[in-house]
Write a protein that binds this ligand. Structure first.
Ligand SMILES: Cc1cc2nc3c(=O)[nH]c(=O)nc-3n(C[C@H](O)[C@H](O)[C@H](O)COP(=O)(O)OP(=O)(O)OC[C@H]3O[C@@H](n4cnc5c(N)ncnc54)[C@H](O)[C@@H]3O)c2cc1C
Length: 388
């Protein structure tokens, strides 16, 4: 696709100004460090964020949202990430895992029941895709759902179900009973209430994105009404279309916005440090080796920004953007990590302490080429799209 894109809309510029002030005031470095150590996020702060109406950026006005504005939602994530992932995380659980998926794929009843609460920031969804034996190969999920009269019954285990301990529903990918022509043909998404009988969980320790703990979730004869099928009973065996459709493209934008936001924060910190830290009689930024590192990082960051917002702009217009979102996810994840590692070198020994954000930004960015469809998987998908 050869379309280029226009200057940033004024309302997004204004949103950035507002959020950048809010992040500086409400998410100072000592708080960010505390939240990271405790794997947690601040409920009161999230309520403030929700009161600004930001969750509604993925939700139609008829359901209490602002009307879908993917570009603005990506900018919100980027700005929140200037304070680390601890507000961007819950924002994504409400606006994307919840708002976007239910707006795209929910039944009329599910939209009616969930979207207004999601838009107000009173409800969260988490993703139940990965399993102990299933990572990138999602159509191989082993969690099974069977029909019994007008009920469904789920058995299995989900791994890395981030935020399951505070989310209201798991957006859960299951293998539906019954014969299917091919392996994508008997997958069904179910909205599993996290407090349903038969659901249990235990935490998984991890080094990155510590706005929360991730969870191992066990589903033991979890019995739900058929209306818990995402999209309603008619969407039985239609899970793959939901997973591979527009929601997946937008999901890649959301993860890429986190990556870009964290990489930008890393560069801004290293840039300022290079101007303040004096060695051999001058700021280290005046030593050519350091200046080159930072200039290269800034150039790569600009390329990342273009890829992210070009993909977001296409998605917002409703244009096909599977290739652009996959390229952005691939390039920004790999490059964001490179940028952060270069910035860590510039900050020297302090880059390995928690006196600066860079140590956390590196940990957070290490995961980006893995989560949400690894870089290898993006390359496979692009090779397939381009019929290589
Ligand atoms: C902090 C964190 C939070 C997470 N949150 C969630 C969540 O909320 N919900 C959820 O469902 N999941 C979540 N995940 C899981 C994440 O989405 C998976 O880690 C990701 O999908 C990759 O799966 P895997 O790690 O099992 O890798 P695997 O799929 O086992 O792959 C291992 C390696 O082999 C490579 N590989 C595999 N197959 C191929 C192939 N065909 N061609 C080339 N290379 C290949 C991969 O690129 C990777 O490098 C989370 C993970 C982390 C670390």
């Amino acid at each position: 696709m050869n379309q280029s894109f226009a200057p940033e809309p004024d309302h997004v510029t204004e949103l950035r100004r507002q959020l950048s002030r809010w992040v500086a005031e409400k998410m100072p470095r000592e708080k960010r460090r505390e939240w990271d150590r405790a794997h947690t996020w601040d409920r009161d702060l999230f309520r403030e964020l929700a009161a600004m109406g930001l969750i509604g950026l993925t939700i139609p006005e008829d359901y209490g949202g602002q009307g879908e504005d993917i570009y603005a939602a990506a900018a919100v994530i980027e700005e929140l990430c200037q304070g680390g992932p601890s507000m961007a995380g819950p924002f994504i659980h409400a606006a994307f895992y919840g708002g976007l998926n239910i707006s795209e794929n929910g039944s009329p009843e599910q939209k009616e029941a969930l979207l207004p609460k999601l838009a107000r920031g009173e409800m969260f969804l988490c993703y139940g895709l990965s399993e102990p034996n299933v990572g990138g190969d999602l159509p191989a999920v082993e969690t099974r759902v069977r029909r019994e009269g007008d009920e469904i019954v789920i058995n299995g285990a989900k791994r890395w179900c981030t935020g399951a301990d505070w989310s209201d529903y798991i957006y859960c990918l299951c293998r539906s009973e019954g014969e299917a022509a091919e392996r994508h043909g008997n997958l069904t998404f179910v909205l599993v209430p996290t407090d349903a009988p038969g659901v249990s969980m235990q935490p998984l320790e991890h080094a990155n994105l510590r706005y929360t703990l991730s969870m191992d979730v066990f589903l033991d004869e979890v019995r739900l009404p058929e209306s818990a099928i995402v999209g309603g009973p008619a969407k039985w065996n239609k899970g793959w279309q939901m997973l591979a459709g527009r929601a997946l493209d937008v999901e890649k934008i959301e993860i890429t916005a986190v990556t870009y936001g964290l990489a930008r924060a890393a560069l801004e910190e290293a840039w300022a440090y290079a101007q303040e830290r004096v060695q051999f009689g001058k700021p280290i930024g005046k030593h050519q080796a350091v200046a080159h590192k930072l200039v290269t990082a800034r150039t790569k960051l600009a390329a990342c920004r273009h890829m992210l917002y070009h993909a977001a702009w296409l998605a917002g217009l409703g244009h096909p953007c599977s290739a652009e979102t996959a390229m952005a996810k691939l390039y920004v994840a790999d490059t964001g990590l490179e940028i952060a590692l270069a910035c860590q070198q510039v900050i020297g020994a302090y880059g390995l302490s928690d006196a600066y954000d860079i140590e956390r930004n590196v940990r957070d960015l290490m995961g980006m080429p893995i989560v949400g469809g690894s870089s290898d998987m993006q390359k496979n998908n692009l090779a397939r799209m381009w019929r290589l």
